[in-house]
Design a protein around this ligand. Structure first.
Ligand code: NAD
Length: 329
């Protein structure tokens, strides 16, 4: 990792530090940002490494590392934090704003991908693919190993969070023939415009649907929103889809629900611990969990779009006189 103290005082270009990323190379970021900006890739694995690599940064590009006041206080030149992705739960947005630091996310690069990931999980669960696959691999070749599959029209599906991804999922589910019921206390007008039934609260929604798909941000208000009460309402052959953030779900409650309900299933792309350890790992290994490693956003098209848009946000934040956007995440 480069040592920030070795940067020449004659260096005039603003410094952009990529704190961490899964991308392997930074050719797209270089193409957009150099030679106007100096680009440094830190590959930081801890807060201390972020601080060490970014002490003289003008902007950060961040995928997974946490940027809180302990980092912000150590980066006196910092003007912008750009998140590679949609969720801002690893960035302390309030602390950044209090210090005049602009925060941006890339919120529109993977709407289709995440909505499709959820729609695919719902179709697979409706056809009981995981249950049949597990049974047939163990030599049980009878239709009785799972509840009979449903037609979409008989399979009401719930969406929690009716923003960009939830709305696109609603479109896909409705066109496949599912009755769609939505809970989002901030989006009643859009739910009505699209002709879906609205549920006043999560308990009511869970009691009416077979699949419950989460598409809301992780905040202090939403952490642990899916607990034993909600899972019990979803019922013994319900299907929980979480492609939003792991900590929206009480993982211990989810494990207990799966154990108590032999036909219950879950499709999880996100976990409290990533990479999975502890309860998160127990869930990954559970035979009735369809797991993926936080890749719902991924496609050959989405990743270059994410990187290009994130780099463009750096230019917008450092070169245009902008005030922080009213992000809700
Ligand atoms: N797994 C992945 O690869 C991946 C990729 C992109 C996004 N995500 C996650 O998906 C989430 C949704 O993304 P988006 O682009 O649709 O966001 P968005 O901001 O467009 O929509 C979020 C919606 O959630 C609603 N909401 C907020 N609090 C709520 C509550 N208590 N109950 C019900 N609804 C509530 C908001 O009103 C909003 O309509 C992101 O916050 C992110 O965490 C995951």
């Amino acid at each position: 990792m480069p040592d920030s103290r070795t940067r020449s005082s004659s260096e005039v270009r603003p410094l952009v530090v990529i704190t961490d990323s899964d991308f392997g190379d930074h050719s797209i970021e270089s193409e957009v940002l150099e030679p106007r900006f100096e680009l440094r890739h830190a590959a930081a694995t801890s807060t201390a490494e972020v601080i060490e690599a970014a002490a003289d940064a003008d902007a950060l590009m961040v995928q997974w590392r946490r940027i809180g006041s302990e980092v912000l206080d150590r980066l006196p030149r910092l003007k912008a934090v750009i998140r590679y992705g949609t969720g801002l739960d690893n960035i302390d947005v309030a602390a950044a704003r209090a210090r005049g630091v602009i925060v941006r996310n890339v919120d529109d690069y993977c709407i289709e991908e995440v909505a499709e990931h959820a729609a695919a999980a719902i179709a697979a669960a409706r056809r009981r693919l995981l249950l049949y696959s597990n049974a047939v691999k163990e030599g049980h070749c009878s239709p009785d190993v799972a509840p009979a599959p449903l037609r979409p029209a008989n399979d009401p599906t719930g969406i929690v969070g009716y923003g960009r991804i939830g709305r696109r999922l609603g479109e896909k589910l409705a066109s496949a023939g599912h009755p769609v019921i939505v809970h989002d206390p901030y989006s009643s007008a859009a739910i009505a415009d699209d002709g879906h039934e609205e549920a006043a609260n999560l308990v009511q929604l869970a009691s009416k649907v077979n699949h419950l798909s989460l598409h809301l941000p992780l905040t202090a208000e939403t952490a642990g929103i899916v607990d034993t009460t909600i899972l019990n309402q979803l019922g013994p052959s319900g299907h929980l889809v979480n492609h939003a953030r792991g900590s929206l779900v009480d993982e211990q409650a989810l494990l207990l629900w799966l154990e108590a309900s032999p036909s219950a299933t879950a499709s999880l792309d996100v976990f409290v611990n990533e990479p999975p350890t502890g309860k998160s790992l127990e869930l990954v290994k559970h035979p009735r969990v369809l797991a993926s490693p936080h890749i719902a956003y991924l496609s050959t098209a989405s990743l270059p779009e994410l990187r290009r848009k994130a780099a463009q946000h750096v230019i917008d934040a450092l070169c245009h006189d902008e005030t922080p956007s009213p992000d809700r995440r």
